[in-house]
Design a binder for this molecule. Structure first.
Ligand code: CP
Length: 308
């Protein structure tokens, strides 16, 4: 496998994903050691360039880089010269001039990681661009499903529920799960689904109660109220009544089925607070695995030829 950037799941084939998940196994083992650190990326520098809020992804990449012994640089828009009007391009060129090997970028506009990749010789990782993609979230989701269910993806049925329209997680997850052979059903009201699903390898349902008993994974999306320019559901109460994962609905999932969410969760909207605490809700496991998955991605981008 030889890729220089990770901008989209479309950059990867099934074998690439398999290899990242296999390398992740090694970094899960490293993360469980008393001293969870290896010298693999000593002398390399990874910068986090986040123009949008993040808790999980930013800290996860930073932890991953540190566990690989890379140096890290952290860019914060609110304290940077972006506030004085410095352009994205000048910001990237300035950071590059300090000598960096990888730029992990999150931006509210789709396509920005591709632009950044034009302006730097460093490897660029998309940590979420607009509504478009969030590839490392999809990889950590696939890893968690495989780990928790102990099976492959052929014939696996994943329901992705809620605000698909505004969700970069949904777009990356659909691509990755379909590549691996899973069946994906998008579930939500028509107003929260993309206007055209041409080319999406998915089934669609507007009835969560019908789909729930058929799922191996019920993947809930955050209702992204900050991205909605107009009310797309009559009320949050009505949304929760029809599409929220309540204890009653969980009871109708197959016994083995997982509940997943990329975070941050709107408790009481797309997921009932009691559901988030059930053993089958593997949300914190997703976060834990995120560090090892991002170690695997940084290793594949920067550590070629270096033994684990
Ligand atoms: N899942 C996810 O991307 O979370 P953050 O926005 O906290 O990084």
């Amino acid at each position: 496998m030889g890729f220089r950037h990770l901008l989209s799941i479309a950059d990867l084939g099934p074998d690439d994903i398999d290899e990242i998940l296999r390398v992740t196994d090694s970094f899960v083992e490293v993360s469980e050691r008393a001293i969870p650190k290896v010298p693999t990326l000593r002398g390399r520098t990874v910068v986090s360039l986040f123009f949008e809020e993040s808790t999980r992804t930013r800290l996860s990449f930073e932890t991953a880089a540190k566990r690989l012994s890379a140096d890290t640089m952290n860019f914060s828009v609110s304290t940077s010269s972006v506030k004085k009007g410095e352009s994205l391009r000048d910001t990237v060129v300035t950071i590059q001039a300090m000598g960096v090997d990888a730029i992990v970028v999150r931006h509210g506009s789709s396509g920005v990681p591709w632009q950044v990749a034009q302006w730097t010789p460093a490897s660029v990782v998309n940590a979420g661009d607009g509504w478009h993609e969030h590839p490392t979230q999809a990889l950590l989701d696939c890893y968690t499903i495989r780990q928790e269910l102990g099976r492959g993806f052929d014939g696996l049925h994943v329901g992705i529920v809620g605000d698909v329209k505004h969700s970069r997680v949904a777009r990356s997850d659909v691509r990755a799960l379909a590549l691996l052979g899973a069946r994906v059903t998008l579930v939500g009201p028509p107003t929260l689904l993309p206007p055209s699903l041409a080319g999406w390898p998915v089934d669609v349902s507007h009835d969560l109660d019908d789909v729930v008993p058929k799922l191996d994974v019920c993947y809930l999306l955050r209702m992204q109220l900050e991205r909605q320019e107009q009310a797309l559901v009559p009320s949050l109460r009505e949304y929760t009544a029809r599409y929220g994962l309540t204890l009653e609905r969980v009871a109708r999932l197959p016994d083995h089925a997982l509940v997943m969410h990329p975070g941050p969760m709107n408790r009481g909207v797309e997921i009932a607070p009691e559901v988030a605490s059930l053993p089958r809700a593997v949300v914190t496991k997703q976060v834990t695995n995120g560090v090892a998955v991002r170690m695997a991605v940084l290793y594949r981008l920067l550590g070629s030829g270096v033994a684990l």
